[in-house]
Design a protein. Structure first.
Length: 141
């Protein structure tokens, strides 16, 4: 279970790291994927910084996935997916390019998996506590 959570977090970390680097390296071209009009360089830089921050959050959470870090990651992914989904499918303000649709699909899958793994994590934690307690009792005997 832990390995799967780590993998999901590492995948979304790579996704948002790639988007943030794309915004920093080729801001005009990348902004065209997300908006029909021209983008201000300051807004693009802020978006790149925010995406880099998300990527780092997911990367740190993937290293040692604690329950609160997984919850925060799942919530961040869910909020982002809701906004992107609304902008893409309802407001029609976000162009439907294969990269944006694929990113949304990865985002939704990771958010759903992390929310579901959150349900399993207390059981895994309790099992680890029981195992550690049993080891201590065996050592004393």
């Amino acid at each position: 279970m832990k390995e799967h959570v780590q993998a999901a977090l590492a995948i979304v970390a790579a996704l948002y790291f790639t988007w943030s680097v794309a915004f920093l390296v080729a801001p005009e071209e990348t902004a065209r994927l997300l908006a029909a009009g021209a983008a201000q360089s300051s807004v693009v830089a802020l978006l790149a910084a925010a995406l880099m921050g998300l990527a780092l959050l997911f990367l740190f959470a993937s290293h040692e996935p604690q329950e609160t870090a997984v919850q925060a990651s799942a919530a961040a992914l869910a909020v982002l997916a809701l906004v992107v989904g609304y902008q893409m499918f309802i407001a029609r303000a976000l162009p439907m390019h294969w990269l944006t649709v694929a990113s949304l699909a990865i985002n939704l899958a990771a958010a759903a998996y992390l929310f579901l793994s959150r349900i399993e994590m207390p059981a895994v934690r309790d099992r680890a506590v029981r195992t550690t307690s049993a080891r201590r009792k065996r050592r004393r005997a």
